[in-house]
Every structure is written in structure tokens, then in C-alpha cells.
Write a protein that binds this ligand. Structure first.
Ligand code: DLZ
Length: 161
């Protein structure tokens, strides 16, 4: 999937409580994703907390707890790099399905900052580091905060007859 065509999302997230959940595999890439997420959160004006989980497989259960605990938006960050066994597919699929389920079941938007890459070079190119072509940590924050604002406005919108 190409990153070309991504919108520039700017949104006022003041008053929102965001929980960032970050996996711990692939430290250099994760550092980039987290730095991008923090930049975007500062720009949005939202308040946030950060928690770490061991791997991307653990992102959904932590996201579920954060949503149940009152977060207005959750941002899930992780990196999975393809290896020589089908393990990659299982971890990616479980994390993706799990995060989707959390967001639809709870009504709390989950920013999808999970990189699923063939190799580390691909991941570094998307990690928002110097020389990277994309900043997926920031994108995940922008999407989650923008969606939380949209959902808040939808809840407050009067019913038109
Ligand atoms: C086991 C595993 C492997 C092989 N690779 C990754 C990875 O590239 N990225 C990641 O976030 N996690 C990986 N894991 C760990 C699993 O996500 C999970 O933490 C373990 O299977 C324990 O439940």
C-alpha cells in the first residue's frame, strides 16, 4: 500500500484524553513512531498518557482496557517485520483484527500505527525519522484525534427531521 494520497489532517484536540499504546519490538523504529506521535499530540493540544506492551500481539487487549477506562481516543503503535515463518501473518492479523474490534465495539477510535513490513529498511522509511518518507506515528495520532472530534460532534448534533 502506498502512502501517496494521504490527507494533511489538522485538528483541535484540546480537551481530549488520548492513550498511546506502544509495542517494544524494533527499538529504533519504535522511537521514531513515538516521537512522531508526541509531535502530533502536542500540535493537537490533546492530553495524553503512554503505556508499553511487549509486542504488537498485545496491542488490542491494552487498547480495549484504555477504551473501557475512558479514553477519548487510543493510538496503537507497533512494528512487525516479516520473517521466514507464517508467524508474521498471525501477529499482523491478530493485531489488526483486534484493534478494529476494539474500536467498533467500544466506539472509541483507535489510530492504527502498526507497521507491517518486509524488512527493517521499509519500517525505518515510515517511522518519521530523519530521512524517512513517511511519519506513521503522527498519522495515527491525527486520524484518531480527528475521528474522536467527529464522533463527539455526531453525538452532539441535533436530529434533523
Ligand atoms: C514473536 C514476535 C515476533 C517473531 N516478531 C515480532 C515483531 O516483529 N514485532 C512485534 O511487535 N512483536 C513480535 N513478536 C512478539 C509478539 O507480538 C508477542 O509479543 C509474543 O508472541 C508474545 O505474546
Amino acid at each position: 500500500m502506498s502512502g501517496a494520497g494521504a490527507p494533511k489532517v489538522t485538528v483541535d484536540g484540546s480537551g481530549l484524553r488520548v492513550v498511546v499504546i506502544a509495542a517494544s519490538w524494533h527499538e529504533q523504529v519504535m522511537d521514531g513512531l513515538l516521537a512522531g506521535a508526541r509531535r502530533a499530540l502536542r500540535e493537537s493540544g490533546a492530553d495524553w498518557t503512554e503505556v508499553r506492551v511487549p509486542g504488537s500481539f498485545e496491542l488490542p487487549v491494552a487498547a480495549s482496557r484504555a477504551a473501557a477506562g475512558g479514553a477519548d481516543a487510543v493510538v496503537a503503535l507497533g512494528v512487525v517485520i516479516r520473517g521466514g515463518t507464517p508467524h508474521f501473518e498471525y501477529v499482523c492479523s491478530a493485531a489488526t483484527t483486534g484493534l478494529t474490534d476494539v474500536s467498533v465495539r467500544t466506539g472509541v477510535p483507535v489510530g492504527f500505527g502498526l507497521l507491517t513490513c518486509d524488512d527493517e529498511a521499509q519500517a525505518l522509511d515510515r517511522a518519521g525519522l530523519e530521512g524517512s518518507s513517511e511519519d506513521k506515528g503522527a498519522e495515527a495520532v491525527e486520524a484518531a484525534v480527528a475521528t474522536a472530534v467527529t464522533l463527539r460532534d455526531l453525538t452532539l448534533a441535533p436530529v434533523l427531521h
